[in-house]
Write a protein that binds this ligand. Structure first.
Ligand code: FE
Ligand code: FE
Ligand code: ZN
Length: 288
């Protein structure tokens, strides 16, 4: 069935997916995504608490490549483990971050040209300036001129000593990275809302601010989440789209915004099982 605005958009489709488990491999996760109506997906490169990454099976990667081409899956997003903290005051923790970043970025080249997202880290009381410096130092060690992966720094809610709660902090990291053409930003709607940016009342203003401070050309992906808390709460508790303080209209508006509508969108909303994402994806597609 053609909707009124299908013609205006030609063959364009909202590129949306959700966070899924890659425990059964690339082909299995891509099939699961497709079964939910998703055209992309996000996954953890390893256990979110850290740990070893599973071995990559070249036959699985090849089967994925064929399936993705058939189904129009163009962009996928890998997410670094939460334990990654290149801004830590502890040398061992920073070394772990170096190890994970190097290993994950090398593995990403099995699926060339994709996106790798990380939380910038927490400065744990050392101050944002020291934190920014440590994150940039880690990126300067990890990034390679020959890599095809774009590394994304995620906008954060500002819980505790989290870095990345302001566009300025992200810009400060990027300004210190030598291979900065390998670096972009993933905007998490719950996080920017919790950090105080009014994406519900003034999305245009927030995007102007992002463009002025970071540059919209850096924006490569959106985490589409509602927030359980009012703007500025700095809590980082995700809600399903339409079941939080940002609301369905505002979040659907994010997917339709002319400056954002071609980006990939990823749901990280609480679900009892992944089938819950299918309904959220369908409602967002219908409103696009
Ligand atoms: Fe994240
Ligand atoms: Fe996120
Ligand atoms: Zn979050």
């Amino acid at each position: 069935m053609m909707r009124a605005n299908d013609e205006r958009k030609g063959l364009r489709m909202l590129d949306i997916g959700c966070h899924l488990s890659i425990s059964k491999g690339y082909l299995a996760i891509a099939k699961e995504a497709a079964s939910l109506g998703a055209s992309t997906f996000q996954f953890f490169t390893r256990n979110p608490r850290g740990g070893k990454a599973r071995a990559i099976d070249p036959a699985d990667v090849e089967a994925f490549r064929v399936f993705a081409a058939e189904r129009g899956i163009k962009r996928i997003l890998a997410h670094a483990p939460y334990t990654l903290n290149p801004a830590s005051a502890t040398e061992k923790t920073r070394e772990f971050a170096d190890m994970v970043l190097a290993e994950d970025l090398a593995r990403m080249e099995n699926t060339p040209g994709q996106l790798y997202n990380m939380h910038p880290g927490s400065h744990v009381g050392q101050g944002a300036d020291v934190g920014v410096e440590l994150v940039a130092t880690a990126l300067n060690r990890a990034l390679r001129p020959e890599q095809s992966t774009v590394l994304l720094l995620e906008t954060m809610a500002g819980k505790g000593t989290e870095l990345g709660r302001s566009f300025e902090e992200l810009a400060a990291v990027i300004a210190r990275v030598e291979l900065s053409d390998k670096v972009g930003v993933c905007l998490d709607t719950c996080h920017v809302w919790d950090a105080g940016y009014d994406i519900a009342g003034d999305l245009d203003g927030v995007l102007r601010e992002f463009d002025r401070v970071v540059g919209l050309d850096r924006l490569r992906a959106i985490h589409l989440n509602d927030s359980l808390n009012p703007r500025g709460a700095r809590k980082d508790r995700h809600a399903r789209v339409g079941e939080g303080c940002i609301g369905f209209e505002a979040l659907s508006g994010v997917t339709r915004h002319p400056l954002l509508c071609d980006l990939p969108f990823y749901l990280e909303t609480p679900q009892e099982d992944p089938s819950g994402y299918a309904d959220e994806i369908a409602r967002l597609r219908a409103a696009w």
